[in-house]
Design a protein around this ligand. Structure first.
Ligand code: SF4
Length: 222
C-alpha cells in the first residue's frame, strides 16, 4: 500500500462515507453548473427538484417550461441567469453531439476537446467528467485538491494552475492503483478535506488525522 493510499484511508476513517458526483454525463454537467457559488445542500436541493420534474436529460431540459426550470435552478442560490444560460448552452452541446457519452469514454485528447465545448466546466470539471462519467483513471485537480496535495508533498506550484495540476496528477498517479475507483476515492476525500479541514488561510492542523505525515502541518504546528 502506498503512502497516498494510507493517507486517503485515514481520511476515509475520519470523515466516514462521502457522496460521489453523478455518473451520468448530463446529470454531472448539471451538477457542475449548480455547484458553482452554491453549497452542497442547496445544489442537491436544486438537482433533486430537476430530477422530480424529470428534466435531467438534454431533450427534457430543452422542452421544459422556462418557469419550471427557473424555480428548480433557483434553489441552488444566486447567479440564476448565469446558471440558466450555462444549462441551455450545455443542452445544445449534448443535443448537437449525441455520442458525447461514448466520445468521452474513448481516448483522452478527443474527449477533452469535446468537453471544452461545455460551458462552465473548466479543467477540473472536465477531469471530473472523465473520471466519474467516463471511467478514466485520472485525478481532477481543483483548488482544494491542489492545496491539500501540495501540502502533503505531491506536485509543485508552477507558473499557472494547469502546470501545477499536471505536476500533482503525475505525483499522485505514481502512488495510486490504475483504477477509476482508486482515483475517485482519492479525489472525493482530498477535495472534502480541503473544504472542511485543510482550508486555505487557517488549516485545522491540530485536529487533522494526517498531521504526523504532513510537512506543512508540522511546520505550522512548530
Ligand atoms: S496537517 Fe494541516 S496542512 Fe497538513 S493536511 Fe492536515 S490540515 Fe492540511
Amino acid at each position: 500500500m502506498s503512502r497516498l493510499d494510507r493517507l486517503v484511508g485515514e481520511l476515509k476513517r475520519f470523515y466516514g462515507r462521502l457522496p460521489v458526483p453523478p455518473a451520468d454525463p448530463f446529470t454531472l454537467f448539471v451538477w457542475e453548473v449548480l455547484s458553482v457559488h452554491s453549497t452542497p445542500r442547496k445544489r442537491d436541493a436544486a438537482l433533486g427538484a430537476l430530477k422530480r420534474a424529470r428534466t435531467l436529460t438534454p431533450d427534457s431540459m430543452w422542452r421544459v417550461a422556462p418557469k419550471k426550470l427557473q424555480e428548480s435552478v433557483a434553489l441552488a442560490g444566486p447567479y440564476l441567469e448565469q446558471r440558466i444560460r450555462a444549462l441551455k448552452g450545455g443542452v445544445d452541446v449534448f443535443r448537437r453531439v449525441p455520442d458525447l457519452p461514448a466520445v468521452i469514454r474513448g481516448p483522452l485528447p478527443p474527449a477533452l476537446r469535446t468537453l471544452k465545448a461545455l460551458p462552465q466546466m473548466g479543467e477540473g470539471g472536465a477531469y471530473r467528467m472523465l473520471l466519474f462519467a467516463a471511467g478514466h483513471p485520472v485525478l481532477p485537480v481543483d483548488a482544494r485538491v491542489s492545496r491539500v496535495a501540495r501540502r502533503l508533498g505531491y506536485g509543485e506550484g508552477q507558473t499557472g494552475f494547469a502546470k501545477t495540476a499536471r505536476s500533482i496528477r503525475a505525483a499522485v498517479s505514481a502512488e495510486l492503483a490504475w483504477t477509476p475507483v482508486a482515483f475517485a476515492r482519492a479525489f472525493v476525500y482530498l477535495n472534502h478535506h480541503g473544504a472542511v479541514t485543510c482550508t486555505e488561510t487557517d488549516p485545522h492542523c491540530r485536529v487533522c488525522p494526517l498531521l504526523d505525515e504532513c510537512p506543512e502541518g508540522k511546520r505550522r504546528s512548530m
